[in-house]
Design a protein around this ligand. Structure first.
Ligand SMILES: Cc1cc2nc3c(=O)[nH]c(=O)nc-3n(C[C@H](O)[C@H](O)[C@H](O)COP(=O)(O)OP(=O)(O)OC[C@H]3O[C@@H](n4cnc5c(N)ncnc54)[C@H](O)[C@@H]3O)c2cc1C
Length: 250
């Protein structure tokens, strides 16, 4: 097995390292002290293709491989781990699951704005009483009176990027009769479907935002359901399997 990086992987690694040294590192201590989310930075990362490194070019990404993406996370995190976690959640926990589980229509509609960095992505699974035991989540998606859709209501906790998110991958119980993981579905929401109620005060990663949010009767159609109804937990667990690699790269 060849463990050498390819010339393309080295090139992306160098690009991210240089960007980190020039644009992130000099400000990292100040952002950390002031708990400042450097919103403008993500536009600059997007201009270099670094908000969608491993997303195919046809969906607005840089078309590189997953290892290149991990190298970028290492380099960004070397400069500031808060920036690393923002990009990791945006990519691994939102963009990639939509690519993996989305219909053609969902991929074409939701992935390009994420990959081009026009939207920041958030992944909303955790709740106050559903952390490690994520299948216990209580946010509910009830059939919408008008027909083929849902009305989503609930509260989520510790959601990275939520305050600035344009796209939120959110998990809700569509089947109240099935407790645990079985009754959960995944939905692609817009940022304004959720309301941020709190900024978490963390001990570190202070240039990233971690929020409590509520969803207050957001109505969505079937076009917002990611993967099959009742299969949301599979989406969540598959996402976290990939996401752990990104978090490890920090
Ligand atoms: C900075 C930060 C960012 C985050 N971003 C997101 C995000 O973007 N989206 C999101 O959905 N969530 C996010 N989370 C939430 C994170 O995924 C949860 O913290 C995680 O799911 C664990 O839940 P918990 O903290 O409630 O811990 P708990 O579930 O209360 O667990 C506490 C401890 O008990 C242990 N434990 C739990 N159950 C058992 C058991 N049955 N047997 C033995 N030991 C057990 C755990 O291993 C852990 O050590 C974030 C958290 C942090 C800190």
């Amino acid at each position: 097995m060849d463990f050498e990086l390819s010339p393309e992987q080295r090139e992306i690694q160098t690009l991210a390292r240089d960007f980190g040294a020039e644009k992130i590192e000099p400000h990292a201590a100040e952002w950390d002290r002031e708990h400042r989310f450097p919103r403008e930075l993500f536009g600059e990362l997007a201009a270099l293709g670094l908000m969608g490194v491993c997303v195919p070019e046809e969906y607005g990404g840089a078309g590189a491989d997953f290892l290149s993406y991990v190298l970028v996370l290492e380099e960004l995190s070397r400069a500031d781990a808060g920036v690393g976690v923002t990009v990791a959640v945006h990519t691994s926990a939102v963009t990639l699951p939509i690519l993996t589980f989305g219909t053609d229509e969902q991929r074409s509609r939701f992935v390009p704005p994420l990959a081009r960095g026009e939207h920041l992505g958030a992944f909303a699974l955790t709740e106050a009483e559903a952390g490690s035991d994520a299948g216990a989540l209580r946010t509910r998606a009830e059939p919408d009176g008008d027909g083929d859709g849902w009305r989503i209501t609930g509260a989520k906790q510790w959601i990275t990027n939520a305050r600035y998110a344009g796209t939120v991958l959110l998990f809700a119980r569509t089947d109240p009769e099935t407790p645990g993981a079985g009754g959960v579905s995944a939905f692609i929401l817009d940022g304004d479907h959720v309301r941020v109620t709190r900024d978490e005060e963390k001990l570190g990663l202070n240039s990233s935002v971690t929020n409590d949010v509520v969803v207050e009767g957001a109505t969505v159609g079937r076009d917002r359901l990611l993967h099959d109804e009742g299969k949301g937990f599979r989406v969540a667990m598959t996402t976290l399997d990939g996401g752990r690699i990104g978090i490890a790269a920090q």
